[in-house]
Design a protein around this ligand. Structure first.
Ligand SMILES: C[S@@+](CC[C@H](N)C(=O)[O-])C[C@H]1O[C@@H](n2cnc3c(N)ncnc32)[C@H](O)[C@@H]1O
Length: 261
């Protein structure tokens, strides 16, 4: 038997073996890490299947998508309409959206004809839900990126005409840092956030939140920005991050405020 074909045959065998092993290892990993994604859908393909493939929908899709997802009709959110009214036309403008969640605001923004929307989402499931929405409502301009928007603002050398930062500031460990990073990338941003009113809830106020039954804890951050003293209060550190956010959303003593450019 000639030597070269034998060697090639053995190498092929080894490559086949390696491939088989790595495929089964990768598939085992994907099954254990993402059981929800490694299933087949039987039946007629339809838009609802795509929604049902992912759990945890919070928001409704625009009616033309013809699907049932979550409930909030944020695709017609008056806060964003207000922001657009303050800013003026975004036609042909570059938009950065922080934390799109399920792309409702993204869809609304896209209806106003921007040339670019970059939407940065850190949560894997939310990101996948955004991609499902993108497909179902045929978003053409918006591009979704999975990762931390702080890193994007720090590292991506681009300026935007408008940054939309709705419902994200109060998630930050360093909210002032986020404002500073946003300011480096734009001259106009829309901000909507929960905040704690010192008048409504002065230091030492023992009032528990409606659900947490735990008072606000010590001040963890105090910074002066543009001569304004800002303090970040935290809730019970024993709660998980997700639960803290949920309770933060529902907390008594928190006010809601939108601020435009
Ligand atoms: C309360 S939701 C707000 C959703 C939407 N913008 C709104 O106003 O209704 C916060 C969103 O920001 C995302 N998020 C929080 N921190 C983030 C970060 N550092 N980078 C990217 N996304 C983040 C969350 O996963 C979530 O989708």
């Amino acid at each position: 038997m000639p030597i070269l074909p034998t060697i090639i045959e053995r190498l092929r065998g080894a490559a086949d073996l390696l491939e088989a092993r790595s495929i089964s290892a990768a598939s085992a990993r994907s099954v254990s890490d993402n059981p929800v994604l490694d299933e087949y859908v039987v039946g007629t393909p339809c838009a609802q299947n795509a929604v049902d493939a992912l759990p945890g929908w919070n928001l409704a899709l625009p009616p033309q998508a013809g699907v049932a997802a979550g409930h909030g009709a944020f695709y017609n959110d008056p806060r964003i309409l207000w922001a657009l009214k303050q800013f003026g036309s975004i036609e042909g403008r570059k938009i950065l959206e922080l934390g799109p969640l399920e792309a409702s605001h993204t869809w609304l923004l896209e209806q106003h004809g921007p040339s670019e929307i970059h939407a940065i989402e850190a949560n894997k499931l939310s990101y996948l839900r955004c991609l499902v929405v993108k497909e179902l409502v045929e978003l053409k301009t918006a591009k979704f990126y999975l990762g931390d928007f702080n890193k994007w603002l720090e590292n991506v050398e681009q300026r935007y005409d408008l940054v939309v930062a709705s419902g994200v500031l109060y998630h930050m460990d360093d909210p002032i840092g986020l404002l500073e990073r946003i300011a480096k990338r734009t001259d106009a941003f829309y901000l909507w956030t929960h905040y704690m009113s010192d008048e409504a809830m002065p230091d030492g106020d023992p009032r528990p939140t409606r659900r947490a039954r735990a008072p606000l804890q010590a001040v963890v951050l105090r910074r002066v920005a543009e001569q304004v003293v800002l303090r970040r209060h935290s809730r019970s550190a024993s709660l998980g991050r997700k639960e803290r956010h949920r309770r933060c959303d529902q907390g008594a003593g928190l006010r809601r405020r939108a601020a435009g450019p």
